[in-house]
Structures are given as C-alpha cells and as structure tokens.
Write a protein that binds this ligand. Sequence first.
Ligand code: NAD
Ligand code: MG
Length: 395
Amino acid sequence: MSERPQTVTVLGATGSIGTSTLDVLARHPERYRVHALTAHRAREALLAQCRAHRPALAVIDREEDAAWLRERLREAGLATEVRAGPEALVEVSEAPEVDVVMAAIVGAAGLLPTLAAVRAGKRVLLANKEALVMSGGLFMDAVARSGATLLPIDSEHNAIYQCLPVEHRGGLARHGVTRLLLTASGGPFRGWSRETLAAVTPDQACAHPNWSMGRKISVDSATLMNKGLELIEACWLFDARPDQVQVVVHPQSVIHSMAAYSDGSVLAQLGNPDMRTPIAYGLAWPERIAAGVEPLDLFAVARLDFEAPDEEAFPCLRLAREAMAEGGTAPAVLNAANEVGVDAFLDGRLGFAGIGELVARVREACPVEAAGELEGILAADARARREARAWLARR
Ligand code: NAD
Ligand code: MG
C-alpha cells in the first residue's frame, strides 16, 4: 500500500455503482480520500454525500442546482466547492491531484470525462461500458498511450480480468486462452417467448432477479442488450474477436464469468452478486481489501445451472455481435439507438420489443464509417439519435 491516501473522483456518485463505491471507500479512510463527486440532477443525494464524504469538489449539471447546493453546503459549514456542467466533469477527471477515477455515469454522457481520465493516465475504474462500446479503438489506444491503468468494474469483465494472466495484452491466443465465457443471468424474462414479452412494463423490466441496478442497465439486462454491450466491451478490453466470446446464461449469477484455456482448463470467478466486490478489486488492485460483501455460501446456492441464450426472443444480443463484427462506428450507432429506445420504453412511448426493432432500423439507416477520431464517433452517435427519434415519431 502507498503511504499517502489515494484521491478518488467518483463520476455518477449518486447512482447504483457510485453509491456502492462510496460504501467501499468509507471502509478504508486510511487508503482513500474523495476528491470530487458528481451527479446529474440528484442534488439532495449529492448534498447528503458531500456531508458524509467531504469532497473538495462537487459537480452537478445545471447552474440552478449548483447554486442550491452551494447554499446548503455553506449552511452546513462545508468547504466543498461546487461546479456545474459537462466541462466540470472533465476537469475533475483529469485534475493532477486525482489518482483514481470511478467512471460510473450511465450512457454516452460519460464518454468525455472517462476519456479525459484515460488521457490523463489515471487509474480508471470502468463501469460506464457505453463509453468503451462507442469509442473502443480510440479508447484503448488512449490507454496504451497514456499508461493509464484500466480496471473493468462490470462484474463479468472484472471476473475475466481475474481469470486471465496478469499480462494479457497482445491477443488471447498468445496466453493460451481459447474462449471467454461471458455469463448472463438471463434477466427477469428468461424463458419468456417473443409473444409474452410484447406487453411487459418498465417496472417489470427493472425488477432484476439478482442485481439491484440503475433503470437503464436494468432494461438492457431484460432485453439482453446489456450482454451485447458486454460482448463488445470484452472484445476491446481483452483483444478478443466476437467469435471468441461465448454468452452462457447462468441464472444464479454466482459465476461472474470464465476464461477457457488451450489445455482444457476453465477458470471462473465466483461470488455473491454484489458490485462492491469488483469495485474493491479495482480500487485496491493488485492488493485486496474488504468490501463489506457477505461470504459466498455454496450450500445455500446449492446448484449452478447453464443454458444457451434465446436470440430469437432477445434479438439485441445478435444485433450487438453484428455491430462489433462490422466495426467502425457501428457499435456507437447501436448504443445511441438503444439509449433512445430505452428512454422511450421507460417513458411508455415504446413497447419492450420495440427497443430491438428500433436498434435494427437505425442500424440500417446509418452508414458505417471508420471510427477514427472522436468527432466522427460523436457525429455517428448524434446521427443515430436523430434517426431513432424520427423512427419513433413516424410510428
Ligand atoms: P444509475 O442510473 O444508478 O446512476 C447513474 C449516475 O450517472 C447517477 O449518478 C446520475 O446522476 C449520473 N448521470 C446520469 N446521466 C448523466 C448525465 N447526462 N451527465 C452526468 N451524469 C449523469 O446507473 P448505474 O446502475 O450506477 O450504472 C452506471 C454505469 O455502470 C452504467 O454504464 C452501467 O451500465 C454500469 N454498470 C452498472 C452496474 C450496476 O450494478 N448498477 C453493473 C455493471 C455496470
Ligand atoms: Mg455486467
């Protein structure tokens, strides 16, 4: 352990991952100090977190919420400085005094601050999978160039990371790895047919059997788009081809993923479904720290089941695999269309099966280009959102 505490910025502090991160940090005050906390609209929650964790900085989207927060903090006698807007997210990610950035904003909104942390060479704990899906090649190049330490927080990728040799760059084959086995709970609608899925509600979709998460990723888990985004994420993180990543439905969510080797060995990482495990791993790597997670009771688990995903009822997984195989801006288009579709579903403007349909139509409407520069990726994202809104309006 280093002598001085590590300073940590938590992007998306008020969310599900952000809250779990602060829980782990608070267990180790001698190791970590909170530098900045950020939120989008949740000013009350951010205020409570500032009281508890006393960061140097707090960032919120709107100036009116920033003014409200400044006033409350002043009344409480806290020295936390408050900033507003997306540029402030970038500032607290790249600030020289920051050692670690937890990237836990949901969706494309997290791309610029996460990339800023990468370019500044931080230890980046990546929960915001959409950022990597959109900009994979550019993102991984930036990691290599800056020397940033990228640690996956998504439980599956964290599991695979733990099952791979410490040095695993340069292609899986070089390290004797033949396949990555990405486990999936199957979501709340596992086993449902295409027909019965048509009428599901947002609340049903957000009631995940094993994990408690934000609403966007909960819907993604229900459509299996989450597993599709994770397949793309795995390809970039571990230099894998889409056909080297096999999705395995495992309803108990005890095995978080596996790596298969050429000698027949399959290494798995197991644990209770609690995101504090991967968060603690990312914070302390290569050391281990307590995370507050219940020890795994295998007798209570009793059995581990496995089945193949149903890509007919859940087309999003196939759409994501195709986007990754096509490359270029295709994953950014897929992600943007999905974000618009999930929003529309959560607002009651689109049925559950409509999400996959919308993604497929937007992919057809948007030409795929090489994903060279950030500008091109952002333009593809914007175009896909326009196409998605137009499709929604036409129906
Ligand atoms: P959440 O909705 O609970 O929290 C999102 C956070 O981001 C909040 O703090 C919110 O204020 C902030 N935010 C939202 N929109 C923003 C915007 N436009 N600008 C700035 N900040 C914004 O989401 P979550 O479940 O914590 O997920 C966060 C990320 O982690 C997602 O990318 C998700 O896919 C990933 N992830 C989550 C889990 C989980 O268990 N929750 C597991 C694996 C990966
Ligand atoms: Mg996951």
